[in-house]
Design a binder for this molecule. Structure first.
Ligand SMILES: O=P(O)(O)OC[C@H]1O[C@H](O[C@H]2O[C@H](CO)[C@@H](O)[C@H](O)[C@H]2O)[C@H](O)[C@@H](O)[C@@H]1O
Length: 408
């Protein structure tokens, strides 16, 4: 396979540019004032919008890789996806025109991708007659982006929110991480997990909340029935080889880290100085050239090797819907929340099928197939909590912390 066809689309990293737009506590949302605001516990209600904080950089557009020079292309996008950090900016280097342009860009984008917090009422209305299923990305969606990927813990509050979500709706985590690693972070046995960008799927065969899993079953090592699917199993040995090779080759690039994600291998450059990015990109290219069956994608400050097969998070979403017997589009309401370029495959599936709600987690304007937005994991939690509270009300149960709101 020609190298130029092996590089998939690229994704920006808004984590370091969250200062471009109002911070999480300065949410643009009318949720707090909508009738549905009562679904959010008081402590979780989003604050009103304040215009105080905008800083300098207009988010860069996703750039196409130069087909004749991969390293150069990667470098461009590595840079484009890394706007200056907060400490390198100050309000003084913002002239009024760029300040206004930045603000306008964000407002325009929010008009096209309104906050899902404002959509909760519509979602609840539609969900009354449908089976809701919840699909969640992990990094940047349930846990904040941090420098050390091994420390990307989600909060206990988030865990308890997801546990409640899963008591009402079939719930899955679809992540680039290896499945066992994400399970260690999430620690909820009742969920479905699709690791390695959907290439390693496992979940309870008995289904969730009365929704029975069907087909694609297997047994785990304790003899229990499970839903299990690994479409890239023949790549295990190759990925081990690539991992070992990369560990050796990047050891002299300060700050570089290689992560084995089972069916994918991830090279992190978040902690690599920019002047060393070209060295790292060259190493990656040299290794990639040796493996014609692998392709490369870029995520948030990562370059990832993966099997060049037609399988991604969107396919995993379809697979899970099918395994759960939720293919009937008129009865099903899938919600997919993610922050990364790789989540676009799942957004596209929902868009093409004309079902569900796709929600991008981002503090910056980004090209996306998602219809709605949330700013960060804290807003994701507020949204999920609102969903839980709505469903609890349906069942006649008063959500914790909401009693006073409903006059009880
Ligand atoms: O599909 P996801 O759940 O979003 O996983 C994608 C990658 O997430 C992790 O990397 C990202 O988060 C790290 C911790 O916050 C951060 O240091 C890194 O820069 C981000 O790209 C994970 O480490 C990767 O293996 C996943 O592929």
């Amino acid at each position: 396979m020609a190298l130029k066809s092996k590089v998939s689309s690229l994704s920006g990293d808004s984590s370091s540019s969250s200062t471009l737009y109002p911070s999480a506590s300065l949410v643009t949302s009318s949720a707090a004032s909508s009738p549905l605001s009562s679904l959010f516990p008081v402590s979780m209600q989003p604050a009103g919008f304040s215009t105080t904080l905008f800083t300098a950089v207009v988010p860069q557009k996703h750039q196409k890789v130069d087909e004749h020079d991969c390293v150069h292309g990667w470098l461009e996008t590595m840079k484009a996806s890394s706007p200056p950090r907060k400490e390198h900016l100050n309000d003084n280097n913002l002239d009024e025109a760029s300040f206004s342009a930045t603000k306008a860009l964000y407002y325009n984008w929010m008009e096209e991708h309104p906050s899902a917090l404002d959509k909760l009422e519509d979602i609840a209305k539609e969900a009354e007659k449908k089976q809701v299923a919840v699909f969640l990305d992990y990094d940047g969606t349930l846990s904040p982006i941090v420098e050390d990927p091994d420390q990307a813990y989600m909060s206990d509050e988030m865990r308890s929110t997801i546990r409640k979500v899963a008591t009402y709706f079939p719930t899955a985590i679809i992540t680039g991480r290896r499945r066992d690693k994400v399970y260690d972070f999430v620690q909820l046995a009742e969920l479905y997990y699709a690791g390695s960008h959907g290439m390693d799927i496992m979940g309870p065969a008995e289904g969730c909340n009365g929704v029975k899993a069907n087909g694609f079953k297997d047994k785990n090592n304790m003899g229990n029935d499970i839903v299990f699917f690994q479409p890239a199993s023949e790549f295990l040995a190759i990925m081990d080889k690539v991992y070992k090779e990369l560990i050796i080759k990047v050891k002299d690039v300060e700050g570089a880290k290689v992560e084995h994600n089972k069916f994918c291998v991830t090279v992190h450059f978040r902690c690599v100085k920019e002047e060393n990015w070209s060295t790292l990109a060259e190493i990656v290219q040299t290794v990639l050239q040796k493996y014609p069956d692998l392709s490369l994608i870029q995520g948030r400050k990562v370059l990832e090797f993966r099997p060049a097969i037609e399988w991604h998070k969107g396919k995993a979403l379809e697979f899970l819907l099918k395994s759960l017997g939720l293919e009937n589009t008129s009865d099903v309401l899938p919600l997919y929340i993610g922050d990364d370029r790789t989540d676009e495959d799942a957004f596209n599936i929902l868009r093409d099928r004309g079902i569900g709600y796709s929600i991008l987690v981002s503090t910056v304007a980004k090209a996306t197939s998602a219809s709605y937005s949330l700013r960060d994991p804290s807003e994701v939690m507020i949204f999920l909590q609102g969903l839980v509270n709505w469903r609890a009300l349906q069942d006649g149960n008063l959500p914790n912390g909401c009693a006073h709101i409903f006059g009880h």
